[in-house]
Design a binder for this molecule. Sequence first.
Ligand SMILES: Nc1ncnc2c1ncn2[C@@H]1O[C@H](COP(=O)(O)OP(=O)(O)OP(=O)(O)O)[C@@H](O)[C@H]1O
Ligand SMILES: NCC(=O)N[C@@H]1O[C@H](COP(=O)([O-])[O-])[C@@H](O)[C@H]1O
Ligand SMILES: [Mg+2]
Length: 387
Amino acid sequence: MAFIAKILLLGSGELGREFVISAKRLGAEVIACDSYAGAPAMQVADGFEIFSMLDGEALKAAIAKHSPDYVVPEIEAIRTEVLAELEAAGQKIVPSARAAVMTMNRDRIREVAATELGLRTSRYRYAESLAEAEAALAHTGVPCVVKPVMSSSGKGQSTVHQAKDIVAAWDYAVANMRGDRARVIVEEFIAFDYEITLLTIRHKDGVSFCPPIGHRQERGDYQESWQPTPMSAQALADAEAMATKVVDNLGGHGLFGVEFFVRGEEVIFSELSPRPHDTGMVTLISQNFSEFDLHARAILGLPIPPVKLLAPAASAVILAERESADFRFEGLADALATPGGEVDVRLFGKPTTRPYRRMGVALAQADSADAARALAAKAAAAIRIVG
Ligand SMILES: Nc1ncnc2c1ncn2[C@@H]1O[C@H](COP(=O)(O)OP(=O)(O)OP(=O)(O)O)[C@@H](O)[C@H]1O
Ligand SMILES: NCC(=O)N[C@@H]1O[C@H](COP(=O)([O-])[O-])[C@@H](O)[C@H]1O
Ligand SMILES: [Mg+2]
């Protein structure tokens, strides 16, 4: 088989699965890696490897075995020192080893954004003990948000409303962090009017953007997203300028999900993913090219077409309620027949459930973003996980 390139994908969840489909359509061969068998992206890839990507030796061995043209991280929890070492020896890492290293830990990317680039962020301090967390809270004030520096999808994150609650927040962060060194960021709580993900593509011809995506989060995890989201021209221009600074600093080619809080006309940088973003799954129905298509094109050095919004659209997550390895979905036909616009669904094919695990997403197009949100929420609610 003549493939145009070989890609080793590090992480095989729902985002990886859609990326594999996009990359394969363009003629790439993809080997999907994750720590468990039957992961969503493995089901559609050319091959797979099962190992912990935090295990540096196993990671090196997988890269040596496949000698891919591109190593594409799909999650944050990767032994990123190995990526840096291999990049120095000529291996292509997407978008760059620097991007993977800097975004694996919240403190590193925060230092780049706030200190190196001078972007507006929330006030923050780091803490490595309860005493330091208490001192950090004295700096930020309450309410504040406490997050392990190594975590994603809101794991270990909580909001402290009263100073005494810092004890529980510290314990919760430490119990739910990745890695073995207890370290948290304590951030001023921003009472934003709305928050957005600005999908930003750094490619061979420059930097391009998708229309801003609005989203709503619970427990630090995304529940629904919609596109476009109303925003003043000035706020959007500020967000685009900040996103350009960050992606230029991180380097390489690919799509990034840059997160901002917006309060009045003030745009505050939060964090970013150097890869497709969960809230960006709405682009599977909203755009002429999805965030996964755009990531694949940018990586492969292909032209990035003008991104067109097809219609106002939304996504709503389908979450599991309990732990199970023996379950089934009901209500798919009802979901797809939800009246009021165009509905589609992605069921990810994860082999097991656990409370709040994202098992699928409902997608909708309608006459307005609000109508699309209502439609996507209805469709998602029609799908039940039984067992
Ligand atoms: N300082 C803050 N002020 C107000 N809300 C916040 C703050 N930090 C986080 N949040 C809320 O929590 C959500 C998740 O936070 P954040 O993006 O930092 O977590 P995450 O674990 O990296 O999530 P993901 O990996 O899904 O992007 C934000 O989108 C926002 O809704
Ligand atoms: N916010 C990051 C994010 O959405 N990551 C996505 O979730 C998967 C892990 O899901 P799991 O925990 O259900 O295995 C990851 O592999 C990625 O696709
Ligand atoms: Mg986030």
